[in-house]
Design a protein around this ligand. Structure first.
Ligand SMILES: *Cc1c(COP(=O)(O)O)cnc(C)c1O
Length: 394
């Protein structure tokens, strides 16, 4: 009975070209991977600084494994919180310019747990319409309710804040939007939020390590300290190349989350070796500025190449570069054709993005070389130039 009902749902997804399947990755090396038996250049990872494959990071992890063994054995509040976790928290706080940081097992959990610790039944959550699923899920769970303001629209947000009678108002936004690569107007948002006595929480999953001085993130780039952005979330599985997430803010915020964030309290602490690897990645991310410079140069090269080919260029200045093609079937066809040539780019389809905006989502990494960008451009030129009609400027 259950299976029959589920099969109907699966069939519908297949008909709409929305069915997803997993690939088996057999080998990962820098910007290359072997997937389903084929060697491909990878243009869909979030490994922006190329640290997931860094030997020094891997070595830090294996050294820590000798000392700590595999698991943490318990939640942070029991006996899972090691000196390795503590040191990483201090270094992360310093990195993003906040008094204190708190590790979470994943970004998904950091967002769900933080929003629900901060917004009670008499409060209200306001989210950008295009926020990441983990932020939206956190908002939907909030008993005081959640509403979405138009993407990056501070005027719409201001109107909504004005008409809300909630005790406390929590405004939540991605910094870099993961499907478009655009950056939220953080300074304007901070001003709007301050004028309404609300609280601003930002999710810098795609900004930390990439944006700002030494990679210290989008809030630092915008010059926004703890007063303007009291709740800052960063993740470790993207630019930092490892796994996990953190929330940074005041002493009081962190103490409060330790008591009240359910996704922090009721889950096993990540392995200490993962924290050790992240400490190594963090040092490299801060010190090796060439990684960010190289990444910027690759993005500029890609955009110039697209322009040269007469293809639409996204306004994104981040390593996330969308090519919107419209219909899911078109995105899928293009992704398959490119994969056939050893270029791996994910077709992103609804419900991850709004209907009619299916896209190829290209992401760059400091592990790419200029030759990788050129190979991609050459193939895009062949596959897209003829069928430019469905393309729309983003
Ligand atoms: C990837 C991502 C997350 C989730 O982080 P995980 O550590 O992978 O769970 C949260 N927010 C945004 C904006 C993301 O892109």
């Amino acid at each position: 009975m259950l299976d029959q009902r589920l099969e109907a749902g699966l069939g519908q997804r297949r008909e709409q070209d929305l069915y997803r399947r997993r690939r088996q990755v057999e080998h990962l090396r820098g910007a290359w991977l072997r997937v389903d038996g084929r060697d491909c250049r990878n243009f869909c990872s979030n490994d922006y600084l190329g640290l997931a494959g860094d030997r020094r990071v891997a070595r830090a992890m294996s050294d820590a494994l000798e000392r700590w063994h595999a698991g943490s054995g318990a939640a942070h509040l029991i006996t899972g919180h090691s000196s390795e976790h503590e040191a990483l928290e201090e270094e992360l706080a310093d990195f993003v310019g906040r008094p204190r940081a708190l590790l979470f097992s994943t970004g998904y959990m950091a967002n769900m747990g933080t929003i629900n610790a901060l917004a009670g039944p008499d409060d209200r959550v306001f989210e950008d319409r295009l926020n990441h699923a983990s932020l939206l899920d956190g908002g939907w769970l909030c008993r005081g309710g959640m509403e979405r303001y138009d993407h990056a629209d501070t005027a719409d947000l201001a109107t909504r804040l004005r008409s809300s009678e909630a005790d406390h108002k929590l405004v939540v936004t991605d910094t870099v939007f993961s499907m478009d690569g655009d950056v939220a107007p953080l300074a304007e948002l901070a001003a709007t939020v301050a004028a309404r006595d609300a609280t601003l929480m930002v999710d810098d999953a795609h900004g930390v390590g990439v944006l700002g001085p030494q990679g210290g993130g989008a809030a630092r780039e915008a010059g926004l300290g703890t007063d303007a952005v009291p709740v800052y979330v960063g993740t470790l599985g993207k630019a930092l190349g490892t796994f996990g997430a953190f929330v940074a803010g005041s002493e009081t915020l962190i103490e409060y989350l330790i008591q009240r964030a359910r996704t922090y309290v009721y889950t096993t602490a990540p392995p200490p070796a993962v924290a050790a690897a992240t400490r190594s990645a963090l040092r490299i991310a801060r010190e090796e500025g060439w990684r960010r410079e190289h990444l910027d140069a690759l993005v500029r090269r890609f955009q110039q190449g697209l322009r040269h080919l007469g293809l639409p260029v996204s306004s994104s200045r981040t390593p996330v570069q969308p090519l919107v093609v419209g219909e899911p079937a078109v995105a899928l066809r293009l992704a398959r054709a490119l994969e056939g040539e050893g270029l791996l780019i994910t077709a992103i389809r609804p419900p991850t993005v709004p209907a009619g905006t299916a896209r190829l989502r290209v992401t760059f990494s400091a592990a790419h070389r200029e030759a990788d960008v050129d190979a991609l451009l050459e193939a895009l030129g062949r596959h897209l130039s003829g069928s430019c009609a469905p393309l729309t400027e983003t």
